[in-house]
Design a protein around this ligand. Structure first.
Ligand code: NAD
Ligand code: TYD
Length: 343
């Protein structure tokens, strides 16, 4: 098997290629990544020297770069995307470009060859906010942020190639991931690294928005299971089964780091903030051997330990582009914030 992993220098993609290097040792792996602010070669540098592993720096919207990277590949897993909801609210064009047009460029190149499978990595956010119950793959999509709308466009385009050209496509919709190598703009790594430095934890709104949390290794195993066990032409939800409010997650972070609730600050909400995501994972657990294995407490222990022991990694990020982003996104809102009432 020769596999192209796009976005393999980002959070989930780097965990995925690391898992392949350990568990599918005969596979040839090509990583295509533009190395945006979120992609870091250092995430996979130890792997790039291995035989059978190739790193290509390039954009999934560039047909020539895609053609070169996909040459001889049997399968493609597309992780490459702009991924942060708050950034999509500031500026949507890079999201539409990479998350929709980039998928089209990949699909066009894919169908030129005789290949096995195109797996489009999508998100539970395409269902929109789900106040009660659990989203099933057959539910209609109702994305409500520029990020989730772009991801919905990308996955719909991918399935359209399946119906139109018979392209073997699979779409996976995962819930919120956490674990090692996650860029510290996202809730859990931002709060862990802030708490380790004694900095405030900016919770949006009332802190009661709910997400289903999935440990990144479980997500990677699910993708591999689907890749190897599904015939194609299907959509699969991938969830961890740990539904929590953001306030509960924040308290778990504070417990693991050993910091107190005085760090919590409630700040002005994200516009259009989806209240809840929750997934029914009956299809993937029924059709493949996969099920989530890592409970939230254990996953948090591993994650906090990783950020504790990889301070250089995140300090480098936080002192660069991210510092400017953080000031723009949080400074004024933190100045107007309120803390947790004394218990
Ligand atoms: P990330 O932001 O950490 O990494 C994205 C990677 O894609 C980076 O390495 C970046 O350099 C690369 N990239 C961006 N634009 C590119 C382009 N035009 N060409 C080539 N490479 C490009 O993201 P992540 O959290 O690892 O997410 C990976 C995928 O999983 C995304 O498709 C995302 O929508 C999906 N997803 C993420 C989560 C989550 O909780 N993080 C949940 C469900 C689905
Ligand atoms: P995030 O990690 O951005 O993922 P997503 O928006 O894709 O679910 O946010 C997870 C939840 O945490 C979401 O409800 C927004 C909230 N949140 C905060 O309260 N404060 C923050 O600083 C961030 C980044 C997120």
């Amino acid at each position: 098997m020769k596999i192209l992993v796009t976005g393999g220098a980002g959070f989930i993609g780097s965990n995925f290629v690391r898992m392949l290097a350990a568990e599918r040792t005969t596979w040839k792996v090509v990583v295509l990544d533009k190395l945006t602010y979120a992609g870091r070669l250092e995430n996979i540098e130890d792997l790039t020297v291995r035989p059978g592993f190739r790193f290509v720096m390039g954009d999934i919207c560039d047909p020539a770069a895609v053609a070169g990277a996909m040459e001889g590949c049997d399968a493609v897993v597309n992780f490459a995307a702009e991924t942060h909801v708050d950034r999509s609210i500031e500026e949507a064009s890079s999201f539409v470009r990479t998350d929709v047009e980039g998928v089209r460029v990949l699909l066009e190149e894919f169908r030129k060859g005789d290949r096995l499978l195109f797996l489009q990595v999508s998100t539970d956010e395409v269902y929109g906010s789900v106040e009660t119950g659990y989203s099933r793959e057959t539910d209609s999509l109702c994305p409500r942020s520029p990020y989730s709308a772009s991801k919905a466009g990308g996955e719909l385009l991918a399935m359209s190639y399946h119906y139109t050209y018979g392209t073997p496509v699979i779409v996976t919709r995962a819930s919120n991931n956490y674990g090692p190598f996650q860029y510290p703009e996202k809730l859990i790594p931002l709060f862990i690294t802030n708490a380790l430095d004694g900095l405030q934890l900016p919770l949006y709104g009332d802190g009661l928005n709910r997400r289903d949390w999935l440990f990144v290794e479980d997500h990677c195993k699910a993708i591999l299971a689907v890749l190897e066990q599904s015939p194609g032409g299907s959509v699969y939800n991938i969830g961890g089964g740990f539904e929590k409010s953001n306030l509960e997650v924040t308290r778990a972070v504070l417990d693991s780091v050993g910091a107190g609730p005085e760090l919590i600050r409630f700040i002005e909400d994200r516009p259009g903030h989806d209240r809840r995501y929750a997934l029914d994972i009956g299809r993937i657990t029924g059709e493949t051997s996969w099920k989530p294995e890592t409970d939230f407490r254990r996953g948090m222990e591993i994650t906090v330990e990783w950020y504790r022991t990889h301070r250089k990694w995140w300090e480098g990020i936080k002192s660069g582009e991210f510092g400017e982003y953080y000031r723009r996104m949080y400074r004024d809102r933190l100045a107007r914030s309120r803390g947790v009432p004394q218990e």
